[in-house]
Design a protein around this ligand. Structure first.
Ligand code: ADP
Length: 403
């Protein structure tokens, strides 16, 4: 790495999409952001915004067959703005990797052995790790000389005590198949809990925070003095809160019941619980904006879906309050958490005895800034802190390569 190499490209490779950001870590500035979606389909789309040049957003439609073609197209877009991957200013590429298992608890320089281990984790993250691996291989082929860093979604949760990480099932069976609670959205929980401490003007080591990451996927975590002590997602991102299309917690017997009674296969049940459940399964919509609109029109199914969503959220707030003993802040983040004031209001309604309340006026304010929404008198701060997983990945990547 040269002394002037301060840029980090962050790649988040999903099964049919690649999201990317190029950041300059000298000042934290975003130079370009974009995404390629519907990879493998006829109508793939690349949206690229060259922030550094102040240029207009550029959109290209047309078939992009695979991740390699997608990354090459991204590289071409970056080159067009003078930000190409061949730039000596590029210090590293930071990859979001969903599952790091037990081994990866820190950002890690990717070599063959690391890549093999990420591959070995595919059975516990079949939807995510394969896409991450493809993204890494493609980036390696484009810039073989550049450090490629893996930042794991599970890493922040590796501090969970054994009693929170283990399921109460036969230990030998669990260990033989690596069945335990890993947790996900870790970069978001890490970033948001730290940012919340800053908002309170305190050291992260001094505060206990309940983080509610409510996007399409959703998870809660209990963070004590900067360390995660519990989180709602488990072996896979299916456990916990009600999500856009995922059920979250259910009685595990539902799965064998469906197998025995409805004759569904494991794959069909997997698809049902991951893709056809949650808000979508309950009311036919997974977008909270649409659900709120339907509720305003008196739609009862949408109202019930909302109530189920809130009920689960409230149970986790209560559970993590008990786990932490003392709570300094409850913080909302991600698409729903940052934007849906009715969700925030409903989630803490009736919890005044726990020191939790939301100020209606503050809650209604729309802003991209971290902010408090609790009234002056409240014992526990309630906050909205926009998450920034890409910045967190870039910071962790840069810290590793510039150390
Ligand atoms: P992902 O998990 O895909 O990263 P996001 O964190 O971007 O998801 O959240 C996406 C979700 O945020 C949408 O599905 C929608 O439910 C919700 N959302 C976005 N904007 C709003 C809004 N203005 N009001 C309510 N919900 C919103």
């Amino acid at each position: 790495m040269t002394a002037t190499a301060t840029r980090v490209l962050v790649l988040n490779s999903g099964s049919s999409s690649v999201k990317y950001q190029l950041l300059d870590m000298a000042d934290g500035r975003r130079l370009a952001v974009g995404l390629v979606e519907r990879i493998g389909e006829e109508n793939s789309r690349l949206v690229h915004t060259p922030l550094a040049t102040g240029g207009e957003k550029r959109e290209t439609e047309g078939a992009i067959a695979d991740h390699e073609t997608a990354l090459k197209a991204v590289a071409a877009e970056l080159s067009a703005d003078g930000l190409g991957l061949d730039s000596p200013q590029l210090a590293a590429i930071g990859h979001r990797v969903v599952h790091g298992g037990l081994r990866f608890t820190e950002p890690t320089v990717i070599d063959d052995a690391v890549l093999k281990e990420i591959e070995r984790l595919v059975p516990v993250a079949p939807l995510h790790n394969p896409a991450n691996i493809t993204g890494i291989r493609t980036a390696q082929a484009l810039r073989p000389d550049l450090p490629q860093i893996a930042v794991f979604d599970t890493a922040f949760h590796s501090t969970m005590p054994e009693y929170a990480a283990r399921y109460a099932i036969d230990v030998e069976t669990a260990d033989a198949h690596r069945v335990r609670r890993y947790g996900f959205h870790g970069t978001s929980h890490a970033y948001v809990s730290r940012r919340t401490a800053a908002l309170l003007g305190q050291d992260p080591a001094e505060v206990n925070v309940i983080v509610l990451h409510l996007g399409n996927g959703a998870s809660a975590s209990a963070v004590a003095g900067g360390r995660c002590v519990d989180t709602s997602m488990g072996l896979t991102p299916l456990e916990g809160l009600v999500m856009g299309t995922r059920s979250g917690d259910i009685d595990p017997a539902v799965t064998f019941h469906l197998k025995r009674v409805a004759g569904m296969s494991a794959d069909e049940i997997d698809e049902l619980l991951n893709k056809k459940s949650g808000l979508l399964g309950l009311c036919g919509d997974n977008d909270m904006r649409e659900i709120r609109r339907r509720i305003d029109e008196g739609d009862e199914r949408a109202a019930l879906a909302f109530d189920i969503y809130i009920h689960r959220l409230k149970k986790y707030i209560g559970a993590y309050y008990a786990v932490l003993g003392r709570v300094d802040a409850v913080v909302f983040t991600a698409g729903v958490g940052e934007n849906a004031a009715p969700v925030r209001e409903a989630a803490v309604a009736g919890l005044e005895e726990l020191g939790l309340a939301v100020d209606a006026g503050l809650n209604a304010v729309r802003s991209d800034e971290p902010r408090l929404i609790s009234p002056e008198y409240a014992r526990v701060a309630v906050a909205v802190v926009p998450t920034d997983e890409e910045l967190e990945i870039a910071q962790q990547t840069y810290a590793l390569v510039s150390a």
